[in-house]
Write a protein that binds this ligand. Structure first.
Ligand SMILES: Cc1cc2nc3c(=O)[nH]c(=O)nc-3n(C[C@H](O)[C@H](O)[C@H](O)COP(=O)(O)OP(=O)(O)OC[C@H]3O[C@@H](n4cnc5c(N)ncnc54)[C@H](O)[C@@H]3O)c2cc1C
Length: 820
């Protein structure tokens, strides 16, 4: 009986030490102390000490441990570990590990997160947003751009060049704006609220492309030549990677550059003959320089012994003789400049390689390194900005549009949509702010960039879908009065580009995350690649035993959090957000625990089990996005009025993470193990619920009523109340409708009749007739009627106006005249 007590005490000591992740030596000393106390009490005898010694000594004496434990495991590990391809290796090596590493640790350090300074704009960046960005939005007539002209008007192109919109990432020494990542994000958010063509046109040169590649890898000569020209818009860049046969699998491009001698500007030089067929290239039809990715080959050994040098990036002039460029694709009715580029045996000197000949074969590394930054900014910001503007517009529309004698936004079914729109918009802004701040403090978070790209574009699609539903026919009928339909049409573009979403979710987020962010996996892998066998064994031993302790700790933490509902987990705040911090700590432990088990069970096969990878990636992603929400709430001064948005975003994130975990375990490739794991991580079923209806109701009110929370939700967007801005007109209409309602009530009461809330000009006359309205109040009602009709009306056209080829009409007429 007494021995059982002491054994239990030993187990509890081990559990506590493991929970707090104490060092092996400290843990051993603690267990020894418990045994010593038992010996003094007369209950622990020699046998217990022998067992303790037999286990503790080999574990704590490193030479013994390495020889008898680590070495055989290391041999086996090297045998079963799958080879990593060069492109996989380069993808894993690219970028840094940041908050994603904390989430993978199973024990995120919340203090560290909150210590990251709040993202802020400099005075110069703010002035750019208030000046040129506002003006660009004003100049962007969506209908003209999308329908009439199928391009930005020339004066807007010129304005963008003059104001250096294409040079936000270019350093000041080359004449660029050198904005912070946060500022770039804010600019793109605002532009995307005004139009997708505008935001994409500005976004692409500032994202992965010649500018970014030149700044990182260009020779001094290339930088001095191209960067000032890119900054002023004298050169317009595009970047061509995708080929008809290689989309997602971009590493498989068949395009080639064969090293050879040739003539360039009258001299014989060493160069390469480029043969390529590229498609979907944004800005290609108007580009003056083309960043081209191809596989470099040196069959004659002119550069050395290597014949296949690998993916290489070069910069070629668009007017290069024989270059087939200028035709356009037509991407889903969102006519930003995009088209194919082709060339056959085009000779260019080796100096055209970005970074010069020494960078031959380094193209893939260059691309993935730049992608780890670019993917955090352009598409997530465009998605967040579009969603913020859509949230406000949908709230205003739902409040103005009435059916069944009430605003449609007051109906519970519509509130569900509004809740989701508002909650997602709050979260998306939080994610872009936190992530771009991360970039500004020097991170290059490749895993986080994949999370942002996938989830924010998916959330944008959800927001636009919901908004379309709320708008009904108003969203469907295209024309100058429709401010939402193009967003709906264009949503799949963001889903597809820069790593299509299915691939990003299923392969990239967890696929790279597990390797990069796990505290031990990469160390084990690198140890296995080390050719110095003694050093390799030492490294592997350290990583292996760290890993074992880590896995035990995550198992115990997961179990403990399951049994206690994580109620005792740490939280930096004791207010309404406490349970969210605790929930995320629990999910983080679960993620770390399930990652180890999945890797242990599936080994190299995990790479091919995409749905396991996707669901583990979802847990990571939702905890990341939840962290951003809590950080935003803190950074903005814990605004109580925003709590419905915070609650919605947190509850939705935790719930979705839990659904991912349950689906993972219900479909686990080893079903029995899946069942056991489920008993450990969710023994009492689901812990987190969907956001409550009450929250949808509260958010719907925020979106439909001017207030500080609503202003914060739409902060930085183009909402100026100008005739040319449909979103500004909506804001004005909302204010005026709300101000008109008490006047309308007054007239109804005086007339003793409940009029429908239409023809407010007639209500105004009635109010004057009954003497219950002043002239000023009547004017407000009349103005509101004009705005109300502007809000709910749609466009109509003559057939001729809609026909792309108007000559057909004449031909048809002639034909029918002939037939008659
Ligand atoms: C409007 C537009 C602009 C673009 N701009 C540029 C540009 O400027 N420069 C440039 O080089 N490229 C550009 N692209 C190309 C873009 O990056 C590719 O379209 C994208 O990489 C996907 O390739 P794909 O369209 O050939 O789809 P595919 O590769 O054929 O993929 C089809 C589907 O299969 C999925 N899939 C593929 N492999 C996997 C996998 N292993 N696991 C799970 N799912 C998978 C994908 O997610 C996708 O859903 C642009 C594309 C578009 C449409």
């Amino acid at each position: 009986m007494q021995i059982t007590f002491w054994l239990l005490l030993v187990l509890i000591t081990l559990g506590v030490a493991s929970y707090w992740r104490l060092k092996l030596t400290v843990t051993t000393l603690l267990v020894a102390a418990v045994l010593a106390a038992g010996t003094i009490a007369g209950h622990i005898g020699v046998l217990s000490w022998i067992v303790f010694g037999a286990l503790a000594l080999p574990l704590n004496i490193s030479n013994l441990r390495k020889t008898y434990m680590t070495a055989p495991i290391f041999r086996l590990y090297k045998k079963i570990m799958p080879e990593m391809s060069r492109t996989e290796q380069e993808a894993i090596d690219a970028g840094t590990v940041w908050w994603d590493g904390d989430i993978f640790s199973g024990k995120p350090d919340w203090e560290k997160l909150h210590a990251v300074p709040k993202a802020r704009l400099t005075a110069e960046e703010q002035a750019f947003l208030d000046g040129p960005v506002e003006e660009a939005c004003r100049m962007a007539d969506e209908w003209e751009i999308n329908h009439t002209r199928a391009d930005l008007p020339p004066q807007l192109w010129q304005f963008l060049k003059d104001e250096k919109f294409f040079a936000m990432i270019i350093k000041k020494e080359y004449g660029g704006l050198e904005f912070s990542a946060y500022a770039q994000s804010r600019v793109l958010q605002k532009l995307s609220g005004a139009g997708i063509v505008l935001a994409s046109t500005v976004g692409v040169p500032n994202s992965l492309g010649p500018g970014e590649l030149l700044q990182h890898y260009g020779t001094q000569e290339q930088k001095d030549h191209f960067l000032p020209r890119l900054a002023t818009g004298e050169e317009i860049p595009c970047f061509a990677l995708t080929s008809p046969e290689a989309g997602s699998d971009a590493g498989a491009i068949p395009d080639t550059g064969v090293v050879c001698k040739g003539e360039w500007e009258g001299k014989e030089v060493l160069g390469m003959k480029l043969t390529f067929n590229k498609r979907y290239i944004t800005l290609a039809p108007v580009a003056t320089i083309v960043g081209l990715a191809f596989k470099m080959q040196d069959p004659e050994g002119l550069l050395g012994s290597e014949k296949e040098l690998g993916i290489t990036c070069a910069l070629i002039p668009a007017d290069l003789e024989g270059l087939d460029i200028g035709r356009r694709h037509f991407p889903l009715n969102i006519p930003f400049q995009n088209g194919p580029i082709r060339g056959e045996n085009l000779f260019v000197p080796l100096d055209f390689i970005i970074g010069g000949p020494k960078m031959a074969g380094q193209g893939w590394r260059m691309l993935v390194e730049c992608l780890s930054v670019g993917r955090c900014i352009t598409l997530p910001s465009n998605s967040a900005g579009g969603s913020k503007t859509t949230a406000l517009a949908t709230g205003a529309y739902a409040r103005i549009r009435r059916q069944f004698k009430m605003p449609v936004g007051k109906m519970e079914g519509v509130e569900e949509m509004l809740g989701r729109i508002g909650g997602n918009a709050y979260l998306m802004d939080a994610v872009t702010s936190m992530t771009t701040k991360g970039l500004d403090i020097g991170q290059k978070p490749s895993v986080i960039s994949a999370i942002c790209k996938y989830h924010l574009t998916e959330k944008m699609r959800q927001v636009v879908n919901d908004s379309m539903d709320v708008h009904g026919g108003k969203g469907i009928i295209l024309g100058p009065k429709n401010y939402i339909g193009r967003g709906y049409q264009g949503a799949p573009i963001a889903i597809t580009v820069e790593g299509a979403n299915i691939l990003t979710r299923n392969m990239m987020i967890f696929g790279q995350g597990a390797m990069r962010c796990h505290p031990y996996v990469l160390k084990e892998l690198y140890a296995a690649q080390n050719t110095d066998s003694a050093e390799a064994l030492k490294e592997f031993d350290k990583a292996l035993f760290g890993h074992i302790g880590f896995a035990i700790s995550n198992f115990l933490r997961s179990l403990w959090f399951s049994l206690t509902g994580a109620k005792l987990a740490g939280s930096p705040f004791k207010d309404e957000t406490r349970r969210y911090y605790q929930g995320m700590e629990r999910l983080s432990s679960n993620l770390a625990f399930l990652t180890d088990i999945s890797m242990g069970v599936l080994g190299g096969e995990l790479k091919r089990r995409e749905r396991v990878s996707a669901r583990l990636g979802d847990i990571l992603s939702y905890v990341y996005m939840g962290s951003a929400v809590l950080k935003r709430y803190e950074d903005e001064g814990r605004q109580k009025a925003d709590l419905p948005l915070v609650h919605w975003a947190m509850q939705d994130s935790l719930y979705r993470a839990q659904v991912a975990m349950e689906e993972l375990l219900d479909n686990f490739p080893a079903p029995a193990i899946g069942k056991i794991l489920k008993l450990i991580v969710m023994p009492f079923g689901k812990n987190f619920g969907r956001p409550a209806d009450k929250l949808d109701h509260q958010i719907a009110n925020i979106l439909q009523t001017p207030c500080e929370s609503r202003d914060r939700l739409g902060q930085g967007q183009y909402l100026s109340r100008e005739e040319s801005n449909p979103f500004g007109r909506l804001e004005q209409a909302l204010d005026d409708v709300l101000a008109s309602e008490p006047l309308y009530d007054k007239v109804c009461k005086a007339a003793n009749e409940r009029f429908p809330f239409v023809q407010l000009d007639k209500i105004a006359d009635k109010g004057l007739e009954l003497g219950v309205l002043t002239e000023q109040e009547a004017d407000l009602l009349r103005r509101t009627e004009i705005q109300r009709l502007d809000t709910i009306n749609v466009d109509d056209f003559d057939t001729e106006e809609l026909m792309a080829d108007k000559s057909l009409l004449q031909k048809d007429k002639k034909k029918s005249a002939k037939a008659a």
